[in-house]
Design a protein around this ligand. Structure first.
Ligand SMILES: Nc1ncnc2c1ncn2[C@@H]1O[C@H](COP(=O)(O)OP(=O)(O)OP(=O)(O)O)[C@@H](O)[C@H]1O
Length: 264
């Protein structure tokens, strides 16, 4: 498996004296969807800001497609698309103008642009709003425009922060279907979410971040093992493993979880 995103020994945060992230190491490979899960304040958004290059690591390094941001800034940036938790759009541009702008920024060929933008407008039920100004869209529609922009660019790596908030059930389904499609085409998806049931069904690997430390990572089986749970393939097992890892307790009492990372 080719690694698209490689994070090695990342220590970082807002002040060098008080790091928020401690020695994080993980990879996201081509064709993989990896879920980043953790409580409020665990450090998920901070980790994402480091990956985007908005913050400098205190120690360690981050590579996309084998390069650090410092080595190849243009390649690094054009290899990734980011969907933030709260949509950031230009109020005075229309839906279609946002797509056009992204197409130009990512050098999407004209014929591919036409094809992709038309199908995205349909798949996200946004065709009737193609000419609407961003300022006149609903919150969920604004989020859909961010997602459509990322999908138009078809980067090697998608970094998606809590994508399901504010989306209606059809939009969530459209997004998940598209993410499955792009991973089949070889892209890598790194997604942070509190919706554990969805993360469990769609991601092949998980990273459990707790107080800035990776307390478990790997397949569902790896995470369950780190949580001291027997192998169990029933739905909802990720939530139980997560609960044990972050509280050190089993649901309804029981022995403590092991706070050791597994690297699968
Ligand atoms: N701009 C900032 N300046 C200083 N500290 C910050 C800043 N943003 C976040 N923090 C701190 O960094 C830690 C991690 O926050 P972060 O936003 O990464 O958490 P998160 O896992 O994304 O949480 P949530 O699930 O609530 O979005 C918290 O202790 C938070 O107070």
């Amino acid at each position: 498996m080719d690694s698209v995103l490689t994070v090695k020994g990342l220590t970082g945060g807002y002040s060098p004296r008080r790091p928020v992230l401690h020695d994080l190491s993980f990879e996201v490979g081509a064709g993989e969807m990896v879920g980043l899960i953790g409580l409020n304040g665990a450090g998920k958004s901070t980790a994402i800001k480091h990956i985007l290059g908005l913050m400098q690591p205190h120690a360690g390094e981050i590579r996309i497609g084998g390069h650090t941001l410092a080595e190849q800034p243009d390649t690094y940036r054009s290899s990734l698309a980011y969907v933030p938790e709260s949509p950031l759009l230009f109020d005075e541009l229309t839906v279609e103008e946002h797509l056009r702008l992204t197409g130009m920024a990512y050098n999407v060929q004209e014929s591919l642009y036409e094809q992709r933008s038309e199908s995205l407008l349909k798949e996200f039920y946004m065709a009737p709003k193609r000419g609407a100004f961003a300022a006149h869209l609903s919150k969920g529609m604004r989020q859909k425009v961010m997602i459509m922009n990322a999908l138009l660019a078809r980067p090697a790596l998608y970094v998606i922060d809590e994508p399901f908030l504010g989306l209606d059930p059809l939009a969530i389904r459209s997004l998940l279907d598209k993410l499955v499609e792009v991973t089949k085409e070889g892209s890598a998806v790194f997604m942070s979410s509190h919706i554990l049931a969805t993360v469990e069904s769609y991601c092949s690997r998980f990273i459990v971040l707790h107080q800035g430390v990776i307390v478990a990572q790997g397949t569902l089986q790896d995470v369950c093992r780190a949580a001291g749970m027997p192998e169990d393939r029933s739905a909802g097992v990720l939530e139980e493993a997560f609960y044990r890892l972050v509280t050190g307790k089993a649901n309804g009492g029981g022995e403590g979880a092991h706070h050791h990372g597994t690297f699968g």
